[in-house]
Design a binder for this molecule. Structure first.
Ligand code: MF3
Ligand code: CO
Ligand code: CO
Length: 319
């Protein structure tokens, strides 16, 4: 699947005990043998700054996130503020997605997004969140989530998820989408379209009086019927004045997700769906999750609010 990473690849005839082509100093067989075609960790540029006029998140200065006793059900004023934050976050996602092309680095996508937040008076929620260093997440191919933008140029045939979260009016808006880089193979396209459908079927299951577990049931049924698996380690989340809070929104069925949905509850639905198995492993940077088997993973995310008779998406795609 895919071509070798532009930063390197094995020389013809490389042997198991030769030094790895990546420069690690380890033997090829103990390093990159069998990993060709996988996404490699690149170089991360210094953290960008935001103009002083844009109110920062409460954790930006320290990187330490303090929990508050925020309710799951929001006031009409908070919901109104989240409608604004959500609409603007969706605009940043669209602007950044339009910059996706072969040869563009994920660091360049981060710069495009960073400027798009600033243009809208938003503060990037991810900046220094638990010390996360960038303004978006960019997750390529087998990266499940929390890819850190770096100097890897996108390659023709890649898929890349861009996850945008912005803070304005004291609240967050969180959304993501998976984009095609140049011409993408049919199986990857089926994965991406199925994942979008999973997100939308999960949202369609939102209604007051029903348990959160209805959402994961709908998503898992659709993903598994297509022959795919649902990531378990990462879940949707309550959101508002805090970036991540209760409730937890698993994208697979579990009776543990027993919270009853009520009008005014705000949370995300953001399924990560894999072509192969659901298991993840973490990169050494402590953030980035990839599929254990190297199979591709896609994701789509909306922030939403439960209404009297169903659901309102707070991060609608700009018309
Ligand atoms: N936006 C992601 C989500 O959907 C969270 C990113 S947190 C970060 O919940 F620190 F990794 F950026
Ligand atoms: Co989210
Ligand atoms: Co997100």
């Amino acid at each position: 699947m895919g071509a070798d990473h532009a930063a390197g690849g094995p020389a013809a005839g490389i042997k198991s005990n030769d030094p790895c082509w990546c420069g690690s100093g380890r033997k090829y067989k103990r390093c990159h043998r069998g990993m060709e075609g996988r996404v490699l960790e690149g170089r991360v540029s210094p953290m960008l700054t935001v103009p002083a006029g844009i109110p920062p998140t409460p954790y930006y200065a320290t990187g330490v996130v303090e929990r508050t006793d925020e309710r799951m059900v929001k006031s009409p004023e908070i919901i109104a503020a989240m409608r604004v934050a959500g609409r603007l976050a969706a605009e940043v996602l669209a602007v950044t997605g339009a910059a996706v092309a072969p040869g563009v680095t994920t660091d360049e996508l981060d710069r495009v997004a960073h400027q798009a937040y600033i243009d809208r008076g938003m503060f990037p929620s991810t900046l220094n969140y638990h010390e996360y260093p960038k303004s978006i997440c960019t997750s390529v191919n087998e990266v499940i989530c929390h890819g850190i933008p770096d100097d890897r140029p996108l390659e023709d045939g890649d898929i890349v998820n861009i996850d945008v979260t912005g803070y304005i009016g004291g609240v967050h808006g969180d959304c993501n989408a998976t984009f095609y880089v140049g011409s993408v193979d049919d199986e990857s396209r089926r994965l991406v379209e199925t994942t979008r459908e999973c997100r939308d079927l999960g949202i369609a299951a939102v209604r007051p009086g029903r348990p959160i577990s209805d959402i994961g049931r709908a998503i898992q049924q659709h993903a598994e019927a297509a022959g795919y698996s649902v990531v378990r380690m990462f879940v949707g989340h309550g959101i508002g004045q805090q970036f991540h809070m209760s409730p937890s929104v698993p994208h697979y069925y579990t009776p543990d997700a027993s919270t009853i949905m009520e009008p005014g509850m705000t949370f995300t639905v953001e399924p990560m769906i894999n072509i192969g198995g659901w298991r993840e492993k973490m990169w050494g940077n402590g953030w980035t999750a990839v599929t254990v088997d190297g199979s591709r993973s896609a994701q789509f995310e909306h922030t939403l609010v439960v209404t009297e008779d169903g659901v309102e998406v707070l991060t609608p795609e700009p018309a």
